[in-house]
Design a binder for this molecule. Structure first.
Ligand code: SF4
Length: 335
């Protein structure tokens, strides 16, 4: 687990009760259903959960890139440096994307256009946001490529993506994302298509970039090992909601939500011999057909009567540790 000597300070991004729904002929899908969290300066927050739990849709909502017309942000606030991004014009929002908040998409290798040179693609955000004068763009692009450890960057500016290895293209995508000097970088499972050694190098690089560029990172993943390497805090998502928020240390030492516990139990451990890895029974509910009460109840081994009828309130267990589960609710509950 990495520790950062520069202690994070001050909230940079505050997401408050964000709701993004999809209106289709099958009904209303609550892809993001009342999500709230903060991201401090130079902090890394992990969004953890199974596929379809709302992690990617939360980040697309922050950037107002929800696929329409079916998808719509129906309520909430996204306060970035005190300004609500859901209330500003599309023109102002275009200035925020890339310059204020940048994103590395889930399949970074296909984000590079095969017919444009690497130098041209890294330079694009610099041109759009006019970060440096035209005459300084080439030098800046070389510096960015050298920052992401591309050897002899000057000589590679006119090369095309197919002339780079998978790991190098991945790093080029990282250089493009940070080229306009964003404050927040959202990385949506950027190491999924890389082999384990390259993954480890990439995560190390991301951590270095964070320190050199004072970045705050939202890291979306279903991989607990990756979380341990890159994140300070974690928000665990299930069926469009955050069910637990805690530090990475607390995640591994004292998870409180049965879903978080189940995720931890399903990872292989060197010190434990098992015939079969435990898995979470059943599958996540469809966002168009959420059960009443706690959405995890049909899969939860500790579900009680109240869980099937009433949504659990959020309870604060410790500073920085909150959970939405009836087992931890302060009021009396049925059993
Ligand atoms: Fe399980 Fe009930 Fe807690 Fe949901 S609220 S996780 S069903 S114990």
């Amino acid at each position: 687990m990495d520790t950062d000597s520069n202690a994070p300070s001050g909230p940079l991004l505050e997401v408050k009760d964000l709701r993004t729904h999809f209106f289709t002929r099958w009904g209303t899908g609550k892809a993001v259903d009342g999500v709230s969290f903060t991201l401090n300066e130079r902090e890394s927050l992990g969004l953890l959960g199974e596929s379809g739990c709302g992690k990617s849709m939360t980040s697309l909502s922050i950037l107002r890139l929800v696929p329409g017309p079916a998808g719509r942000i129906v309520s909430g606030q996204v306060l970035f440096q005190g300004r609500d991004l859901l209330r500003i014009s599309e023109q102002e929002m275009r200035r925020v994307r890339g310059r204020g908040i940048a994103m590395i998409l889930q399949d970074p290798l296909s984000t590079l256009n095969p017919v444009f040179s690497i130098g041209g693609q890294v330079a694009e955000p610099l041109r759009v946001h006019r970060v440096v004068p035209r005459s300084g763009i080439r030098e800046r692009v070389s510096k960015l490529l050298s920052l992401v450890r591309i050897p002899a960057p000057e000589s590679r500016l006119n090369d095309y993506p197919h002339q780079f290895s998978g790991g190098m293209r991945q790093r080029v995508v990282g250089a493009t994302a940070i080229s306009a000097g964003p404050k927040v970088l959202i990385a949506d499972e950027p190491t999924t298509s890389l082999d384990v050694t390259i993954q480890a190098q990439y995560l190390r690089l991301l951590k270095e970039l964070q320190q050199e560029s004072n970045l705050s990172i939202i890291y979306i993943t279903h991989d607990l090992g990756t979380l341990a390497r890159i994140c300070d805090r974690v928000a665990v998502m299930y069926a469009g909601k955050i069910v637990e928020q805690l530090t990475v240390e607390a995640l591994f030492e004292r998870p409180a939500h049965p879903y978080t516990e189940a995720l931890l139990q399903s990872i292989p451990r060197m010190d434990r011999k098992v015939h079969r890895f435990p898995s979470i029974e059943g599958s996540p509910p469809l966002v168009y057909d959420l059960p009443p009460g706690c959405a995890f109840a049909p899969r939860c081994p500790r579900a009680m009567a109240i869980c099937r009828s009433e949504a659990p309130p959020e309870t604060r267990l410790d500073p920085g540790h909150s959970v939405a589960c009836w087992l931890h609710a302060k009021d009396e509950h049925e059993t």
